[in-house]
Design a protein around this ligand. Structure first.
Ligand code: SAH
Length: 359
């Protein structure tokens, strides 16, 4: 039994079954026994691998995209450059190297990282030391003013609620204990209140349908929308997910690069859910942002010039490096893999141009 499972069992005996969101928050962030606070989950030795860890071209193209957008948007200064969930700091490292080709960009930015994990903060601080990063716990602690924001594989880590369609209404899916103290899924009563949180297009789904909603993502979208109406800025969010809203469940656990049961090893496995980009876009739009996309990651990176960047880097590389560069880019663009599963969503202040890649 994991340490967190014992802790959760005790909590459930005391408070009753938990919502899936409360379970996910504890599994990922419990300070003593949660998944993120105690480890670096990324890379071969960890549990999963992400686009910036696969190819430097990912961070470079995103850096060029946002720095060039900043230039076209009238070079608002000073500007907060923020990343949500920067992992090992790889994306931002590649971003800033590429963005240095836009004159004045480096001098205009202050770098802020929104990161929950102390272990990853240390890694980011070392990787990005030359840029003097500052750390905050939450997006709403970022300083006021113009904003450029990027997030890759961040929204999928936010706790989701799961709701199940029952005879007349929807019911909250819960995590409780069986007679032998094992964690099991259950559900609460069907209520009109639960029905109200379901995207309207899905409300009449057949009995037994599970829908996921992400209140934390909606709050971030709303915050960004509001900020972008008051100050010039742009945000770029890349993740695996879907648009339009669709039924789930998509919540999944991954440990050492393999799928495992969601309730099996709480605190020892990564938990994530596919992102409902339609819901995120709607919340950002309702708060005032202009929404661009979502577009498929493969098309997005291709439109930003992935092939040209690859050719340029390959020209100076030895055959082994060239092979690695080519296979990395191929993996990010693959329509049968990351290229179509991952999507990019752009948000800007109303009236400002779309970032490149969203034509
Ligand atoms: N963007 C990186 C890492 C993705 S993993 C990459 O693409 O490689 C998810 C990241 O989000 C980790 O850095 C994790 O610690 C962070 N994270 C997850 N939930 C968070 C939260 N609620 N607040 C702040 N950071 C969070």
């Amino acid at each position: 039994m994991t340490r967190l499972r014992a802790k959760l069992a005790e909590r459930i005996r005391r408070e009753g079954p938990l919502s899936v969101a409360a379970f996910m928050a504890a599994a990922l962030h419990d300070p003593e026994a949660g998944y993120y606070p105690r480890r670096n989950p990324l890379g071969q030795a960890g549990d999963f691998i992400t686009a910036p860890e696969i190819s430097q071209i990912f961070g470079e193209l995103i850096g060029l995209c946002l720095a060039e957008w900043w230039d076209r948007a009238g070079r608002p200064e000073p500007v907060t450059l923020a990343e949500l969930g920067p992992g090992r700091g790889t994306l931002m490292h590649d971003f800033l190297r590429a963005a240095a080709t836009v004159p004045g960009f480096r001098a205009a930015i202050s770098l802020y990282l929104v990161e929950a994990s102390p272990v990853l903060r240390t890694a980011q601080e070392q990787r990005l030391a030359a840029f003097g990063p500052r750390f905050v716990d939450r997006i709403d602690a970022l300083p006021d003013g113009p904003l450029l924001l990027v997030a890759n594989e961040f929204l999928d880590a936010l706790p989701i609620r799961q709701l199940v369609r029952r005879r007349s209404h929807w019911a909250e899916r819960l995590v409780g204990l069986d007679s032998e103290d094992r964690l099991v899924f259950g559900e609460g009563p069907e209520t009109p209140a639960a029905t109200l949180v379901i995207p309207p297009a899905l409300r009449e789904a057949p009995c037994g349908t599970i829908v996921e909603i992400c209140p934390a993502a909606a709050a971030i979208a709303g915050w960004l929308g509001e900020r972008l109406t008051r100050h010039p800025g742009a945000a770029l969010l890349v993740d695996y997910g879907y648009s339009p809203s669709a039924p789930g469940p998509t919540l999944a656990a991954v440990r050492r690069h393999a799928a495992t049961g969601v309730l099996e090893n709480p605190g020892e496995a990564d938990l994530s859910a596919h992102v409902d980009f339609a819901a995120f876009a709607a919340a950002a739009r309702a708060a005032g942002a202009a929404v661009h996309g979502p577009v498929l990651q493969g098309s997005f990176l291709a439109a930003l010039g992935a092939e040209a960047r690859l050719a340029k880097l390959s020209a100076g590389a030895d055959p082994a490096q060239r092979g690695a560069l080519e296979s990395g880019v191929a993996r990010l663009l693959d329509p049968a893999g990351m290229g179509n599963l991952f999507k990019a969503l752009g948000l800007t202040s109303p009236g400002l141009p779309a970032p490149a890649g969203f034509a």
